[in-house]
Design a protein around this ligand. Structure first.
Ligand code: KIV
Length: 277
């Protein structure tokens, strides 16, 4: 496998040559190492960590400090994959200056290669300013979980011509503002396909059909570590939760029965030495 660092130009080449781009979320060192070693192109340190790692009910409470803490661990674990840090809610909404400053912290303090932020055409000036500061931006349109209340919940977006047109406009505006890639969440496959054809930059889908330039899933959904709910777009490749629970129950039973630790897990010393005590 090619161990060279993935770059924006490699991602762009993949779009141009019709090779699919792979993206997976990761939130800590061991997860990032596994994703990196599996040859996945990009790691998203998503603010989904608020739900799947920190146990919040939504991504809204996630803070800059929490994001940076996890991004640092991921960048220690991933050497090849291109790392994108997700800007949390209210870290880029107050002013363009606040957005540039916080985007800078992802790059300077946490070792991310780029940042991601949610929003359509309204966010174009923010994207433009962050890119002007030399920070690559991945945009995110469609279902934007940080502002799901404004969208009346976690629903498929762009199902009628008017809202679909708005999403196409948003994608164009974000590309024109300098975004190098765009995540499209929960939009109909035909619309995602149209946006993918329209844009020169790569599109990454999650619940957006097979015609996007690449796909992303949340790590915990893919391996069965998040049991609260499973969106329709998730494919669970392995169900780790029952395996982990079985291992924990076995450990508990063995400790209680006295069969763990065995001699193979213990350290010996000469009997005479203990008798000298
Ligand atoms: O936070 C996240 O993990 C995301 C992906 C679902 C795209 O934004």
């Amino acid at each position: 496998m090619d161990r060279e660092k993935v770059t924006i130009s490699k991602l762009q080449q993949k779009k141009e040559s019709g090779n699919k781009i792979t993206m997976m979320t990761a939130y800590d060192y061991p997860m990032a190492s596994l994703v990196d070693e599996s040859g996945i192109d990009t790691i998203l340190v998503g603010d989904s960590l608020g739900m799947v790692v920190l146990g919040y009910d939504s991504t809204v409470p996630v803070t800059m400090d929490e994001m940076l803490h996890h991004c640092k661990a991921v960048s220690r674990g991933a050497k090849r994959s291109f790392i994108i840090g997700d800007m949390p809610f209210m870290s880029y909404h107050v002013s363009v200056e606040q957005a540039v400053e916080n985007a800078g912290r992802f790059i300077k303090e946490s070792g991310c290669d780029a940042i991601k932020l949610e929003g359509g055409s309204d966010m174009a000036p923010v994207v433009r300013a962050i890119v002007k500061a030399g920070i690559p931006v991945c945009a995110h349109i469609g279902l934007t979980p940080q502002t799901a209340t404004m969208l009346s919940g976690f629903k498929v977006q762009g199902k009628d011509a008017e809202s679909a047109r708005e999403l196409v406009e948003s994608a164009r505006d974000l590309e024109a503002a300098g975004a190098f890639m765009i995540v499209m969440e929960c939009i109909p496959d035909l619309l995602a396909s149209r946006i993918t054809e329209t844009l020169a930059i790569p599109t990454i889908g999650i619940g957006a059909g097979a015609d996007c330039d690449g796909q992303v899933l949340v790590f915990h959904d893919l391996v069965g570590l998040f049991e609260r709910f499973t969106p329709k777009f998730v494919k669970q490749y392995v169900n780790l939760s029952p395996m982990i629970k079985a291992a924990l129950v076995q450990y508990k039973n063995e400790v209680e029965e006295g069969t763990f630790p065995g001699p193979e897990h213990s350290f010996s010393m000469k009997k005479e030495e203990i008798e000298k005590l």
